[in-house]
Design a protein around this ligand. Structure first.
Ligand SMILES: [Zn+2]
Length: 113
């Protein structure tokens, strides 16, 4: 929930890839499944390892072989994905996606002179 106390981070500090994954979701590609066994050596779950084809984040999901559902999950983010200094507001991300290319073109034009 956004409250008056919410501090927003500078959206310009995140990578192009991170901008897109934040609004369009990650492009998860399956890498491998590895077994999870109990004390008796019986396979009770597996860890599904996936990598985002855009931002290179990696995900590990533990999938129970009793309920066939995800019981644990974690994502490791690449450099340039996470921000410091607060949260990112969705409207700021959309605006940055729209304005960043034009800003870059303007910089390139000024360097050509
Ligand atoms: Zn991603």
């Amino acid at each position: 929930m956004v409250s008056e106390m919410t501090v927003f981070a500078d959206v310009t500090q995140i990578s192009d890839e991170a901008l897109w994954c934040r609004t369009e979701r990650h492009l998860w590609l399956w890498e491998r499944d590895t077994p999870v066994v109990d004390e008796g050596g019986r396979m009770i779950a597996f860890i599904r390892h996936s990598t985002c084809d855009r931002c290179t984040a990696t995900r590990e999901q533990e999938i129970s072989m009793t309920t066939w559902s995800v019981v644990k999950g974690k994502i490791h983010y690449p450099k340039g994905y996470l921000v410091t200094g607060g949260r990112l507001a969705r409207p700021d991300i959309y605006r940055e996606q729209f304005e960043r290319p034009a800003r870059r073109r303007a910089i390139e034009r000024s360097m050509d002179r």
